[in-house]
Design a protein around this ligand. Structure first.
Ligand code: NAD
Ligand code: UFG
Length: 335
């Protein structure tokens, strides 16, 4: 069975490609490398000891996609390709709508043309906004506060509309919480451009000496220690969720919307402490004012994923920190 992985050279995509190949799937990677490099794929090839077919192309370009669907009989698409920086999306909303929404619509159109109607989509817990309570269930109200989040919600809705128009489609919407960690080999991992926006790469770069000090955004939230609480999930657990979804997608009737999180929230200070313990490095930090748009607490109720995907996260916070550190210390400058 041939699976097309858009954005397969990226952080979550590359880890998922490893697991898909290990599970016996034939994988094609489609990526324009705007936020990744071919080196991640070369390293994936080393892990799985096999060559990977990579097509350089843009999801917004019909011809790029048509060429792929004409050449290969693709049964399912796992759609990671997109832009993901919340701050940049506020500055450049059209860039986000063009890539994330228009690019996805072009992809779905070309899929339908070639009678490929099976898709797993990367959505985000950001669609829940500031939840009225935690843990977060899939049926909680949706509320988005920035163009990035809105683009994810729009694509969810586009896919639900496509299903209404043609119920042959098989659709899985996976809402990720906070992916962290790296492959245990330490050869692939998260490789942010410039100054990291996210906590874990910032901690790791501070521990390795690339950044002087971590800014902790606020210690006056209504949480256990006043700092923000999130559901950090090991990227390999997250990737395994995609393999489980792929194995079951043909048996699902309606579109499935599924949280992929651990169900446990950790504070910023707890993450720093756990990282310092496993890395045996100091992570200097200072408390600064809250970051605009941040919420106090966000963690999943992952019981639906357990029920319908027979999936649950198994990796601990120590493993997340250990693998992030392994990747960061082996690759201080990324790929
Ligand atoms: P990433 O940037 O590492 O990977 C995305 C990949 O898509 C990159 O390789 C990039 O080059 C490619 N890409 C971007 N625009 C493209 C285009 N027009 N055509 C073809 N390829 C294109 O990001 P990631 O962390 O691996 O995230 C993967 C997906 O998961 C994204 O859709 C993201 O929004 C979503 N997501 C990520 C997180 C997170 O915290 N990492 C959380 C929730 C959801
Ligand atoms: N934080 C800091 N200092 C930093 C970075 C982050 O204190 O330098 C704090 C934040 O305030 C927050 C926590 O660490 O309390 C996690 O922040 P991240 O930026 O790592 O993650 P977010 O939960 O803010 O955002 C992530 C993704 C978004 C996605 C959202 C919901 O980056 O794309 O999860 O899924 F929308």
């Amino acid at each position: 069975m041939k699976v097309l992985v858009t954005g397969g050279a990226g952080y979550i995509g590359s880890h998922t490609v490893v697991l898909l190949i290990e599970a016996g799937y034939e994988v094609l990677v489609f990526d324009n490398f705007c936020n990744s490099s071919r080196e991640s794929i070369r390293r994936v090839e080393k892990i799985v000891n096999q060559e990977i077919t990579v097509i350089e192309g843009d999801i917004r370009n019909r011809d790029d996609l048509r060429n792929v669907f004409e050449k290969y009989a693709i049964s399912t698409v796992i759609h990671f390709a997109g832009l993901k920086a919340v701050g940049e999306s506020v500055e450049k909303p059209l860039k986000y709508y063009d890539t994330n929404v228009n690019g996805s619509a072009v992809l779905f159109e070309v899929m339908a043309e070639h009678n490929c109607k099976s898709i797993i989509f990367s959505s985000s817990a950001t669609v829940y906004g500031d939840p009225h309570t935690t843990p977060i269930l899939e049926n909680f109200p949706l509320f988005v506060t920035n163009p990035y989040g809105r683009s994810k919600l729009m694509v969810e809705e586009i896919l639900r509309d496509i299903y209404v128009s043609d119920n042959e489609w098989k659709i899985v919407l996976l809402r990720y919480f906070n992916p962290v960690g790296a492959h245990e080999s330490g050869t692939i991992g998260e490789n942010p451009n410039g100054i990291p926006n996210n906590l874990m790469p910032f901690i790791a770069q501070t521990a390795v000496g690339k950044r002087e000090i971590l800014s902790v955004f606020g210690d006056d939230y209504d949480t256990k220690d006043g700092t923000g609480v999130r559901d950090y999930i090991h990227v390999v657990d997250l990737s395994r969720g995609h393999v489980q979804a792929l194995e079951r997608i043909s048996s699902f009737r309606d579109p499935m919307t599924i949280n992929l999180g651990t169900g446990t929230g950790y504070s910023v200070l707890e993450m720093i402490k756990a990282f310092e313990k496993v890395s045996e490095k100091k992570v200097p930090y200072k408390i600064v004012p809250r970051r605009a748009g941040d919420i106090a607490t966000c963690f999943a109720d992952p019981s639906y994923a357990k029920k319908v995907l027979d999936w649950e996260a198994t990796k601990t916070i120590d493993e997340m920190c250990k693998d992030s550190w392994h990747w960061q210390s082996k690759n201080p400058n990324g790929y």
